[in-house]
Ligand binder design. Structure first.
Ligand code: KIV
Ligand code: ZN
Length: 390
């Protein structure tokens, strides 16, 4: 596949089971990993990064099993830049209909200092390891870890070496969530312009959310020519997490007028998978999280509820059903107005005349002042109390 910036398809690479699971405490069982992988495959994720096979026997087994059960998705495993890691990775992913080997090394000055390699020694290592991976598998992804803090000349040099050695995808990680949208776009544009052979491969963007810019940085990279976004469900990941799959996918869907790119994701499966990942990882989703938070589609203030009841587009830019959420989006509380109360009552099959509604509204406000949220059961009680009083 070539990275034609005119091409409008953006590949979704999900790393919930690798980078996501690296969050301290987010460990999933073998069965849970298989279940999540099957759901990602069914949802239309193009590439699933299923784990880090050399990390443990458990990770190896999970990646192998996910590979064996894969249907449409490419199955990828991660490996460091050495033959032992890459061989172990291949042993696990080779069972997939479409396997991919992902290998990486830290290229920024800070990361080069850890193995204490000179620039030339690291360049040789990249050449050897990518060549080795490509001899095993015809689908190879290479990542210069901490790319956004790597000197541009050196980044261009090592990306060119990886492409010449056979990498088919070059991933540009913002490992510590340091970049900003304009810089993220400029980096991809610079690589596409300066690196020979760059138009023959796919550029990926892999962002972390330390400054809360992972989604914006990923979308900016796409506008500059990246055609693979690496992300996780609910933005699960170390520290402040990774780019959230649901955010980039829905942003591309809702604002397709200004970002004319498509993904193959069945968005109606988002909510169910988000809840499942929250449960199995033990990482609850914050209430006001974009797209999948409990409150993302709820309206409590009277003005908003009235507007939504008259024309849903007044306060909603996407339909809850688009992400598979078919629940009522009106929450009754102290800010709610008569229109919302009437609508809820009608939903329960309760039709009231204007005077009865006015009377009930007084009782409702009194209760809402004492209680955060007024539920359906509370409404039934209020209606019965009002009837008893007459
Ligand atoms: O954030 C990162 O740099 C990574 C690499 C291993 C791709 O997750
Ligand atoms: Zn990462």
């Amino acid at each position: 596949m070539t990275t034609d910036t005119k091409q409008d398809h953006v590949l979704i690479f999900d790393t919930t089971l690798r980078d996501g699971e690296q969050s301290p405490g987010a460990t999933m069982t073998h069965e849970e990993k298989l279940e999540i992988a099957a759901a990602l495959d069914e949802m239309g994720v193009d590439i699933i990064e299923a784990g880090f096979p050399i990390a443990s026997e458990g990770d190896f087994n999970a990646v192998s099993e996910i590979a064996k059960n894969s249907v449409n998705s490419v199955i990828c495993g991660l490996s460091r830049a050495n033959f032992k890691d890459i061989d172990r990775n291949w042993e696990a992913v080779k069972h997939a209909r479409q396997p991919r080997i992902h290998t990486f090394i830290g290229t920024s000055p800070l990361h080069r200092a850890i193995p204490n390699l000179t620039m030339d020694e690291m360049a040789d290592k990249i050449h050897e390891t990518v060549t080795h991976a490509r001899n095993l598998c015809d689908n190879v992804q290479w990542s210069p870890m901490d790319a956004t803090r790597t000197e541009h000349d050196y980044l261009c040099r090592v990306v060119e070496i990886a492409i010449k050695a056979g990498a088919t995808t070059i991933n540009i990680p913002d490992t510590v969530g340091y970049t900003a949208p304009r810089e993220s776009a400029d980096l991809i544009r610079m690589l596409l312009e300066r690196v020979p052979g760059a138009d023959e491969i796919v550029f990926a963007t892999h962002c972390h959310n330390d400054l809360g810019m992972a989604t914006a940085n990923s979308l900016a990279a796409v506008e500059a020519g990246a055609r693979q976004i690496e992300c996780t469900i609910n933005g699960l990941g170390e520290r402040a997490g990774n780019t959230a799959l649901e955010e980039v996918v829905m942003a591309l869907k809702v604002r397709n007028d200004i970002m004319p790119y498509r993904t193959g994701i069945d968005t109606t499966k988002i909510m169910k998978l988000s809840r499942r990942v929250a449960t199995v990882s033990g990482f609850p989703v914050q209430y006001n999280k974009a797209i999948v938070g409990k409150n993302a589609f709820l309206h409590e203030s009277g003005i908003h509820q009235d507007g939504v009841l008259k024309n849903v587009e007044t306060f909603e830019i996407m339909k809850p059903a688009d992400i598979g959420l078919n629940e009522d989006n009106i929450v009754l509380g102290k800010h709610s107005g008569r229109a919302a109360l009437r609508s809820k009552l009608e939903g329960l099959g309760i039709e009231l005349g204007q005077n009865q509604l006015n009377d009930l509204f007084v009782r409702f406000k009194d209760l809402a002042d004492r209680k955060k949220e007024v539920y359906e059961d509370d409404l039934w009680t209020l209606v019965r109390d009002a009837e008893d009083a007459t």
